[in-house]
Design a protein. Sequence first.
Length: 103
Amino acid sequence: MANLYWVTIRINKDNGYDKRYKGFLEALSKAKDKGYWAEPTSFWMVESRLEIDAFLGALSGPLNASTDMVLTRKIAHDEARYFGAVERPDVLKSFIPSVKKLP
């Protein structure tokens, strides 16, 4: 059964930006099943067979944890994970109390 997720990212605009962004898009393409909605520039809705930790692990592989950030939530479930440089996890948790940092 497929899981439905939303995903948002921030990639630091440094010398490695293009490589990490391209790597993220390739990882997203591999992690998705049938398709995804990607009309906004940094927000996707994705169908994937992967469970949330494996899904985020796949997406965050090409990214830098000290400068980049990914947040995903399983749609219609109270499961959310983040990776990387979230500057205000307290504010994020005030909106999504169940959010956990990917180990």
